[in-house]
Design a protein around this ligand. Sequence first.
Ligand code: AMP
Ligand code: MG
Length: 369
Amino acid sequence: MTVIIKVDPLNPEPWGVRFGARIIAGGGLVAFPTETVYGLGANALDGSAARRVFNAKGRPVDNPLIVHVSSFDGLRSVAEPPPWLLEPLRKFWPGPLTVVLPRKKVVPDEVTAGLDTVAVRMPAHPVALRLIDESRVPIAAPSANTSTKPSPTRAEHVVEDLWGKVDLVLDGGETFFGVESTILKVEDSRVTVIRPGPYTPEELSKLFPKLEVSIYARGVAADRPIAPGMKYKHYAPTKPLFMAADQSVLVQLSRELSMRGVNHVVLCSRETSAYIGAPTIVLGSRGDLYEVAKNLFHALRVFDRRTEPLGLVEPFNESGVGLAVMNRLRKACGGTVVKDADQVLREGGISGSTHPLSGSKARHQEIRA
Ligand code: AMP
Ligand code: MG
């Protein structure tokens, strides 16, 4: 059975948090908001509770979980951070930054997928922090979605995916950033971004001057994955979604598909939507990629519910948080970048008409994301 409790995200009702903490301490599962996406939490020191997380999500058991702590003591209880790391970490925590560090033995193999490292973060969300405090244990929490689906940024997404599989959903409204944390792998003095997120390489390199960014951070296919999660399908809608090579290709492609009578949806910036005749899902402004990040996963779910058989998406600038946006979009598209309509039809398995009068009846319409 799943219970839903609405909580004030900034000042959560203590009884709601206490109820959640009792479930965590008893080996149960609680979905809760963080500043990035909703997490599916379990006691990080309890292997059988962690196994329930994998079962609920349908997550491959070799894809380890992130352990959430509410203090630096919590960090030291599960990992062995090098002393030099603590000062820069204090600048970014609590916040959307995960560090991969040598683990302590108390963390069960289920959580780390048998690795000798553990991923740890301190979330900047009052509900998450109080839930960890009140549970008196670190909380292992991957995103609270079914594996391969877009990550949840609203409680309704959690309910859509995990109804009956999670004991409690703490509904704290929309999450703040909408994309998952930046993950840094720390090996001796080497610091590498292995997943881009809300903290950008530009910001991080101010405190980690020798910061490296993995070539896989862009979200291109990983033939030799450096993090276990990289080899799996992610954020995938059930229908084909194609990334256009650039904005003018996007406008041209959409026009051509409409002329051939192929219904489709275009996920794009507000600026580009003015040039699109087909239905659009506006992700945000091209000038505010934090807005795009925040709307991204909800937009993918809205796209999935539409009847059009395929979608096109606009590529965004990869500087700043744009790197995280493009990483998620590339994965959602399965890495395909398209240049012409024939390629879209071929790869989407759809037959269009070439008759000029067979044009689609679809008129421009903005779908509210
Ligand atoms: P999620 O919790 O769904 O955002 O996914 C957590 C991500 O953290 C996955 O991509 C994992 O592969 C990655 N991760 C967790 N633990 C480790 C670790 N010890 N080493 C490298 N990556 C990790
Ligand atoms: Mg996830």
